[in-house]
Design a protein around this ligand. Structure first.
Ligand code: F6R
Length: 607
């Protein structure tokens, strides 16, 4: 849940490390630190800018490590910030992950005379490596790291330095992402490849159990203790601009505005506009196995889970396949027996969410086919699933998921079409293809209404609670609308199926409790309309998300945001856009940092 960066080469390391940290800040931002030889260590509580202010004017060193933290063990303080070191201040280390047996290791090291200054699990690892390097049989830092990691239970992505070997970085991974940037006479380490793009597009992803040594002369990779011939770097063809804000005030707004482009990219080359035939390259290898699948279990967390709920309706309606959707964080503890003809589909933007990855591993253990819908190329879930589909949404920097969600919905629609060879007629298939093709333009039309939505956010900005209701395909969007509002504006919000109103939530409604009703012209339109009448009768203010041309809705709702007409299973892709904008404007109006909501981090790589 933290960002780590490392550099070794011929240039001054400090500016490179600081830039890397700024790009990784979305992964954690409660404290930061940097270490270089000979300049030493600087740490600061707060965002990376606080560290920048604290840096001495002259910093020297052509190798170094840096870290931006999201606290797990120990409060966000200067002392708990990384890099950490051992008693002798010889070994320095930055870490992302959790050392589960840190207490036991700490006690053993204390008995040997080690003293600890922080409350972190990471400091224990620095002491352990240093102890093995100085008092054990290790010939160099690499051997000490390998030996120390054998004694560790937990997850880590680490970069380590030895003050006596200043031109060497040792990086290792188990459960937390590490990417190496391969330059000419210079090498980089980052927890996210997007932070490498400025320097190089040649990237090596470390696998679990890998240890890598990087010097200005080259890099090597040891896989679970065995020498490898090195790994061939992958070329990242991401657009460097896509990791900048592109002129918007916030990444969140930039990413919402990118939705039309994302919809084009996620479908590009995957659906034949004329016939509706779907081809997903990442699934080709397992295509024969797909024919035997009788049941799908979708797993994900947060927004990705809600995408999964939409996926359930899609697979059931289009492909007539039974689907269950589980929070990955629950699935791993359900001890669920899985049938062999079940495919487990993991949805994850980052591809690193610990619970989702654990669910994939459990499904594999039980012999199921595992599939992924993942945005981050080369991430753990992308690599560990048997096959999958990349979102092609580009890097999502805002902590709240917006464009990735939209692309997840589109990929789910494509996947459902792929599974529906026997259940959909050729004409229906063509209708879907045409409707999918129109989506980018339709989202553009919704985005044009952003000033109206901004005004609505102002109008309702003082409300303390919000209800979001919708039915069938709109129910997951009601949940997602409520989640977005909670995380961005810290306002209490609940999502409900409109059919459930009379079973409890209606009791909350009064003149100060607004409801956002998702009421497009679909199969449940009239039902949700009745629910809105019930709310109106209790003086509850109503904002409707309705289909363009629906004039009747104006008689019931206080305010209406119109979305273009599309096929019902694709409507969520349109109806969520106004809700993302609404949450954004409400958060901005309240003066919050919408790109980095408090207490949250972009990539949840610990449980
Ligand atoms: C909410 C949000 C989170 C993520 C969740 C899963 O806006 O972003 O709820 O959707 O943490 O993350 P990924 O998709 O990276 O597995």
């Amino acid at each position: 849940m933290c960002g780590i960066y490392g550099y070794v080469g011929a240039k001054e390391a400090a500016p490179i490390l600081m830039k890397g940290l700024r790009a990784l800040e979305y992964r954690g931002y409660d404290s930061a630190g940097i270490f270089m030889i000979p300049s030493g260590v600087v740490k600061a509580k707060g965002e990376v800018s606080a560290l920048q202010k604290k840096l001495p004017k002259k910093l020297s060193g052509t190798a170094g490590i840096a870290h931006t933290r999201w606290a797990t063990h120990g409060a966000p303080t200067n002392v708990n910030a990384h890099p950490h070191t051992g008693n002798l201040k010889r070994v320095w280390l930055v870490h992302n992950g959790i050392i589960e047996n840190y207490q036991e290791l700490r006690d053993a090291l204390k008995k040997k005379g080690n003293t600890f200054v922080s409350a972190t699990d990471t400091e224990v690892l620095a002491h352990l490596i240093e102890d093995i390097l100085v008092n054990g049989n290790a010939k160099n830092l690499e051997e000490a790291v390998v030996a120390a990691l054998k004694r560790v239970h937990g997850t880590y992505g680490i970069v380590v330095m030895d003050a006596e070997e200043p031109d060497t970085l040792v990086a290792a991974r188990l459960g937390s992402p590490i990417a190496l940037g391969i330059g000419k006479g210079e090498y980089f380490v980052s927890s996210d490849p997007s932070a490498l793009l400025e320097h190089t597009r040649n990237v090596v992803y470390l696998n679990d159990g890998d240890v890598s040594v990087l010097t200005p002369e080259g890099y090597s990779v040891l896989a679970r203790g065995k020498k490898t011939n090195g790994r061939v770097p992958e070329y990242l063809d991401w657009d460097a601009d896509s990791i900048q804000k592109g002129g918007y005030e916030h990444f969140m707004m930039k990413e919402i505005m990118e939705a039309p482009e994302v919809l084009v990219n996620s479908a590009r080359g995957r659906i034949d506009k004329k016939t509706g035939a779907v081809k997903l390259g990442g699934l080709e290898e397992v295509r024969p196995r797909l024919k035997d699948i009788k049941h799908i279990v979708i797993v994900g967390c947060g927004t990705a889970y809600y995408a999964g709920l939409v996926g359930k309706y899609l697979f059931m309606e289009l492909a007539r396949l039974p689907v269950t959707v589980e929070f990955a964080s629950e699935f791993r503890y359900q001890n669920a027996p899985l049938l062999k003809d079940t495919a487990v589909l993991a949805i994850s933007q980052s591809g690193e969410t610990a619970d989702t990855l654990a669910a994939v591993r459990e499904a594999k253990r039980q012999g199921c086919l595992t599939l992924g819908i993942v945005n981050a190329v080369g991430s753990s879930i992308a690599r560990e699933t048997d096959a999958g589909v990349y979102n092609h949404a580009g890097p999502e920097i805002g902590v709240a998921s917006t464009k990735a969600f939209i692309s997840q919905l589109e990929v789910l629609a494509l996947l459902a079409l792929l599974f529906s060879e026997k259940t959909l007629s050729a004409e229906d298939r063509r209708r879907y293809a045409r409707a999918i093709d129109r989506l980018p333009q339709q989202v553009e039309e919704i985005l044009k209404q952003k000033d109206t939505i901004k005004k609505l956010a102002k109008k309702y900005g003082r409300a303390r609670d919000f209800l979001f209701i919708g039915r069938a395909y709109q129910f997951p969007i009601a949940l997602e609308g409520a989640l977005k509002l909670k995380e961005i504006s810290y306002v209490h919000a609940e999502g409900y199926s409109s059919g459930e109103m009379k079973h409890g939530p209606l009791a909350m409604i009064d003149g100060s409790f607004p409801t956002v009703a998702l009421v497009p012209k679909d199969a449940t339109y009239k039902k949700t309309l009745s629910n809105m009448e019930e709310i109106k009768a209790r003086k509850g203010p109503l904002i409707a998300i309705a289909t363009a041309g629906d004039t009747r809705i104006k008689d019931i709702a206080d305010d209406v945001i119109y979305i273009p007409n599309t096929l019902e299973p694709l409507t969520p892709i349109l109806s969520v856009v106004p809700l993302q904008l609404f949450a954004y404007y409400l958060g901005v109006a309240k003066g919050y940092n919408v790109d980095k909501p408090r207490n949250l981090a972009k990539s949840v790589t610990v449980e």
